[in-house]
Design a protein around this ligand. Sequence first.
Ligand SMILES: [Zn+2]
Length: 317
Amino acid sequence: MKQSQKNKSDWQQFLSGVPARDYIFQNIPYEEQIRKASEWIEHAETILIGAGAGASAAAGLTYSGKRFTDNFSEFIEKYGSMYMTDMYAAGFYPFPAQEAKWGYWSKHSMLNRFEPPALPLYKQLYDIVKEKDYFVLTTNVDYQFQKAGFKQERIFATQGDYGNIQCEKGCHDKVYEAEELFRKMDQARQDCLIPSHLVPKCPVCGGNMTMHLRCDEYFVEDENWHAAVAHYFDFVRGMEGKTAVLLELGVGFNTPTIIRFPFEKMVRENKKFSLLRLNLNEAFVPESFGSRAIGIGGDMAKAIGEMHQQQKHLKGL
Ligand SMILES: [Zn+2]
């Protein structure tokens, strides 16, 4: 077994802890939540950000509705609206050939990874924490944190990157940057298919390649990925004894063992840690955390924008 596969579950088990059983929606006025959240961040010695799909959806990278139907009408028509319901479902479509698979994924990557600039939500977030000792743990694969200015060595993107490809069978621990290839595919695509000569092959085993996304046991954890795990653990160890805010953004229950449960465990076990949870519909927080938790529901873009303003106010800018 490869080293990376042997270690596969370790980092997730490192901190996963017991899920909270005492979730409540707080009865605190929204303005007071924003004010308090901004003060917490201002006074925190260290900030650990955990971001899930909800953060990028709030930033504008929505995977369903008009943004999907406008951009993928050709694919919906070809493969059927029963399967092509949104960009999550579309990614799991059993494409009949490599030309079809890359025809879809090159489009998906262009739209979600390469074309969008750093979006306002991410830029404001960076502005809020840039002078702090921060770290980002994210399940998002759209590169928004890096685009907004967050330092690469302060980011651990656990689930991959839409910009990279790997051997479909993970035969070797390397990922390959695919921007140029995706741009060529995007130019050459006809009837949702890319020409055969653009289909990438594994340089080691000669087999098919796939997106660098964690969706099966063949996900490649390369050198950079392992370095990021180490940076994350170092940061978490360094938080000990400090006043920390754990800022959780748009994290649902899809993979709660990566961000949600570990964050709750850390706050439960450290009296100087606070949990700041921003979530569209699931902004409930453990009641037992008392005043060490704030759960802000609704539009996260609005909340981050207001916290950004509030911070300027607190700094007298
Ligand atoms: Zn291979």
